[in-house]
Write a protein that binds this ligand. Structure first.
Ligand code: FAD
Length: 302
């Protein structure tokens, strides 16, 4: 793992900067990868993407919340996003992080917040994706998914290929709509592959398994090597287009996003918005230091 990556990972977890940044507005170039700070701005961005045939998963930014009032506020904001999707007839669903809804405060409290969100979305036929966070939150997040799945079927989640246990998880949740990713957090050697080649190899293995055996696969990556591989694999194995989609983050590789949509593949852009952009943005910088160009450019032009 490089020093640069470690440095940005450390910044992403800094509590003072995370909470301070909420008052700054979008800064440091974050506006290129975050679709505004409020629902109105986000809806406009989603409409633009829908117009060109791209569907969207909306993330009301926030994570690592430690106060009940803040988690309740986040719950209400996400209910607001669900209403906005319904009222504006957006081609969109929700991505959320359990720690934003109180997972670090009290399991039962978080479960009830999520139940309210999933129930409301179910009423409007809107899908809810549980993003997966760091290893410490994995098991309780899956416990909540198991619990809510007894009542609702509009739930899916994420499998992170860097974990040694990801194949086991994938098989357990193969009847779910799953997003498969490489994994964004810093995890120790006893739990996760560290080498890029190992992660890529496992990523491909999981994608192929879920395409062949699973319900619906969201392949979430900016890596054109993986995307090209998946295209060939799907063709060779007659995987119907309705069984998978590609996903990328808002603001990244826009030309490639459009190209894939134009080629007729289902494409879904992950659209984050809100004041709590700092941790998300720092993780993006950790993944790809070239994104630093964004920062430099914005500093000199704004
Ligand atoms: P990388 O391994 O970062 O890049 C591989 C290669 O792709 C690069 O060497 C380069 O050749 C090319 N490339 C990559 N980016 C660019 C670019 N911007 N421009 C040009 N070429 C590029 N992680 C989680 O842990 N939990 C989640 O819930 C989660 N959800 C996600 C949802 C979406 C929609 C996406 C896209 C990612 C999500 N992630 C999540 C993050 C993910 O785990 C990875 O950390 C992140 O996507 C970086 O890996 P990558 O596959 O995009 O490619």
């Amino acid at each position: 793992m490089s020093l640069t990556r470690d440095f940005f990972m450390m910044l992403s977890q800094n509590k003072v900067l995370n909470s301070g940044a909420k008052r700054w507005g979008l800064k440091l170039g974050a506006q290129s990868v975050v679709a505004g700070t409020n629902i109105k701005e986000m809806v406009e961005s989603v409409k633009e993407l829908n117009k060109v045939g791209i569907s969207v998963t909306i993330d009301n930014l926030g994570e690592f919340v430690f106060e009940k009032a803040e988690a309740t506020e986040a719950t209400n904001q996400i209910l607001g996003v669900i209403n906005a999707i319904h009222e504006n007839k957006l081609d969109a669903h929700i991505s959320l992080k359990p720690t934003q809804l109180g997972l670090d405060i009290e399991y039962g409290f978080c479960l009830e917040n999520l139940r309210e969100i999933v129930a409301k979305a179910y009423e409007y036929n809107i899908f809810i994706n549980f993003d997966m966070e760091d290893y410490g939150h994995l098991q309780p997040s899956f416990d909540i998914i198991d619990e809510l799945s007894k009542e609702y079927d509009n739930i899916g989640t994420v499998i992170q290929a860097y974990f040694y246990q990801s194949e086991e998880l994938l098989q357990k949740y193969e009847n779910y709509r799953l997003r498969i990713v490489k994994g964004a957090y810093k995890e120790p050697e006893n739990l996760a592959y560290q080498d890029k080649n190992d992660i890529d190899r496992n990523f491909i293995k999981l994608i192929e398994y879920h395409l062949m055996n699973g319900k619906f696969t969201s392949i979430a990556t900016h890596d054109h090597h993986i995307i090209d591989h998946v295209k060939k694999f799907a063709k060779k194995n007659n995987i119907p287009q309705e069984k998978f989609e590609f996903q990328m983050l808002y603001g990244f590789r826009k030309d490639l996003q459009l190209k894939l949509a134009k080629e007729g593949y289902n494409f879904c852009t992950y659209v984050p918005f809100g004041n709590d952009w700092y941790g998300y943005f720092m993780r993006r910088l950790a993944e790809r230091p070239q994104n630093l160009n964004l920062v430099a450019k914005q500093m000199f032009t704004k």
